[in-house]
Design a protein around this ligand. Structure first.
Ligand SMILES: Nc1nc2c(ncn2[C@@H]2O[C@H](COP(=O)(O)OP(=O)(O)OP(=O)(O)O)[C@@H](O)[C@H]2O)c(=O)[nH]1
Ligand SMILES: [Mg+2]
Length: 261
């Protein structure tokens, strides 16, 4: 479609100069050590992205920091504050609904802890606007295992979970639990966000499964995932068991007509 990369680059620059069509949603719970740097880093990309932080009343004052930064980035940085910790999945649903009330065409999921590199956002965006996929996943497992600084036990858990989900659901995706994703607006409009059942990381699997059942194109591009160096993990046993047993239940339900997408 584009004769050269420079032509494509010109098109992207022109388009982004005219309007910001992309929103990066960052859910946060106690990310005071990361939030300022990650926001600056997203806004320093060559392509313009708006940011929506969905904070669950973090006791460490993450939301206050975001509100201070809004003075600098008043028309590009937004925050939604919820009353308490309600899980990553529901934070994203909240963010998706917010995005759909506006005119964003490309809606991104990204963690606050630099496990997802903001420098990869333009590649995800480019892949999405070139119609390589209706959703584009920043994938850790296309070319081996691209994970830095995780203990072996955590690598095995994550890789094993991805393979398990692939086997149960039948989706042809290497990184089924990935949380670094660009969605085209049409996908989020089609999925009934009120019927998403999972609240933790299993939410990532459910979103991909519903995208897959609806027949949308799913594309993976390789990224390097780096363990957080600042702040604390929110991973827990209940999140893991939600994923293990929930996926099985989800697949069985999907075999019946009443399964709502
Ligand atoms: N709003 C909101 N954000 C959350 C919640 N749980 C996790 N997050 C955010 O979701 C992102 C991913 O959470 P992490 O704790 O990094 O989970 P993880 O990446 O599996 O675990 P790490 O091993 O620490 O990297 C981070 O930006 C968190 O702050 C929650 O209940 N509510
Ligand atoms: Mg993390």
């Amino acid at each position: 479609m584009y004769r050269s990369n420079s032509q494509l680059f010109e098109y992207i620059c022109l388009k982004t100069a005219l309007m910001v069509d992309s929103l990066v949603i960052i859910p946060t719970y106690n990310e005071i050590e990361n939030i300022e740097r990650i926001i600056h880093s997203v806004f320093s990309q060559d392509i313009s992205f708006d940011i929506l932080v969905v904070d669950d009343n973090s006791p460490d004052g993450t939301a206050t920091k975001v509100k201070q930064l809004q003075e600098q980035y008043s028309d590009r940085l937004f925050i939604e504050e919820r009353k308490g910790k309600q899980g990553l999945g529901t934070a994203y649903i909240h963010g998706f609904k917010w995005a759909l009330r506006k005119s964003y065409q490309y809606i991104f999921e990204m963690d606050a802890d630099f496990s997802h590199n903001p420098n990869d956002l333009p590649r995800l965006y480019q892949s999405c606007i070139e119609n390589e996929g209706d959703i584009v996943i920043g994938s850790r497992y296309i070319t081996g295992v691209n994970v830095v600084n995780w203990p072996m036990s955590r690598v095995l858990l994550s890789w094993g979970a991805s393979k398990y989900v692939q086997m149960i659901t039948g989706m042809d995706i290497h990184d089924t639990t990935a949380g670094f994703v660009c969605y085209k607006r049409a996908v989020l409009e089609k999925i009934n966000l009120d019927k998403i059942r999972f609240v933790g990381y299993a939410f990532q699997i459910e979103m991909k499964f519903k995208t897959y059942l609806l027949g949308f194109n799913i594309k993976e591009i390789p990224v390097i995932f780096t363990d957080r160096t600042q702040g604390k993990s929110k991973m827990s046993g209940s999140i893991i068991s939600e994923a293990i047993f929930g996926v099985l239940k989800m697949k069985i339900k999907s075999l019946f007509k009443r399964y709502e997408i």
